[in-house]
Design a binder for this molecule. Structure first.
Ligand SMILES: Nc1ncnc2c1ncn2[C@@H]1O[C@H](COP(=O)(O)OP(=O)(O)OP(=O)(O)O)[C@@H](O)[C@H]1O
Length: 307
């Protein structure tokens, strides 16, 4: 495989459970060293897609390569080169940090096991916790241990399924620093997340809703392609204003952000016309603003018939 070849290049991947399509003809490409975000409402098929890439689930249809190997015919060759962090990652709570890593290194058949464990503990800043029982670690350190465990065998691709769910902002930032450092070494990552700030940290991202890929690209490209026009308004009694704006022609979303409301819609002209009388009241400060990813995703979901 040449350096420039994509690490993931799949076309038309499809999976159904009990006759219900949960991943619908999904095509996706992830480049080496890329951090690719995977977003979408609960039950949209993100985990199912990731499990197909790992070789844990066999697609019903579609084809593709992962790390240069055929997804259908060579799944066994892909698995050893992937670091998979499952959504509800499991650690042995009554084993120490070192024992957990040592156990995982045995499972992966890591050569030079003891050195590999010490190396990864050092890299992830876990050395000071080596003898501590995993069950007594904070959520952020448990997550770091889980990431360390899936790095032991030096994978070329990380598949991380909501790795930061429920951990605090500092731990999430530290986690992303690690992911960036790994990407700089050429280790690609596909990361599913519900956090908008994390979506913006990705080099590229895809938005999946109920099996369908609705948008893909850089955050800027996804926002631009959505074609939403957005106004920010601030002033007093914002809740009352929000109620009045609902149902107004051209207004598709009214979202509070602290003391500001974001009002957006696809038809920029109609929206500006409809907001004219509100602006003339003079009681509020209005300005056009950049549409954000959350507004785009909500809009895509509404368009798809979600709530
Ligand atoms: N093994 C299975 N058998 C039957 N249905 C399944 C199975 N795995 C997933 N599903 C269903 O497939 C759909 C997609 O689930 P999936 O976990 O892939 O979504 P997700 O986007 O990862 O959701 P979340 O954000 O909540 O993690 C859901 O309706 C789920 O109930």
């Amino acid at each position: 495989m040449s350096e420039a070849a994509p690490v993931i290049d799949v076309q038309g991947l499809t999976k159904s459970f009990s006759g219900k399509v949960v991943v619908n003809r999904l095509s996706l490409r992830v480049e080496p060293g890329e951090i690719f975000g995977f977003l979408g409402p609960n039950g949209s098929g993100k985990t199912t897609f990731i499990r197909m890439l790992c070789g844990l689930l066999r697609p019903d249809a579609g084809s593709g390569v992962c790390l240069g190997y055929d997804l259908l015919g060579e799944a066994e060759k892909i698995k050893p080169q992937i670091g998979y962090m499952a959504q509800h990652f499991s650690l042995y709570e009554d084993l120490s940090v070192r024992e957990n890593l040592d156990f995982m290194a045995r499972v992966y058949g890591v050569a030079g096991r003891r050195r590999a464990v010490e190396r990864i503990m050092e890299r992830m800043g876990l050395g000071g916790f080596a003898a501590q029982l995993a069950g007594t670690l904070s959520g952020g350190w448990k997550q770091r241990l889980a990431l360390a465990a899936c790095l032991l065998h030096q994978p070329r691709l990380l598949l991380l399924d909501e790795p930061t769910a429920g951990v605090d902002p500092k731990a999430r930032r530290d986690f992303w620093d690690q992911v960036y450092a790994l990407a700089a070494e050429g280790i690609s990552a596909l990361i599913s997340t519900h956090y908008m700030d994390e979506a913006e940290r990705c080099h590229r991202l895809a938005y999946l809703a109920y099996g369908d890929l609705l948008a893909a690209g850089t955050a800027e490209e996804v926002v631009a392609a959505a074609g939403l026009s957005t106004w920010a308004v601030s002033g007093r009694r914002m809740h009352e204003l929000a109620e009045r704006l609902k149902g107004v022609a051209g207004v598709e979303q009214v979202v509070p952000f602290g003391n500001t409301l974001h009002v957006s819609g696809h038809d920029a002209t109609l929206l500006a016309e409809s907001l004219g009388p509100f602006r003339a009241e003079g009681a509020y400060r209005w300005e056009r603003t950049q549409t954000n990813l959350e507004e785009v995703f909500i809009s895509l979901m509404q368009g798809r018939g979600g709530s």
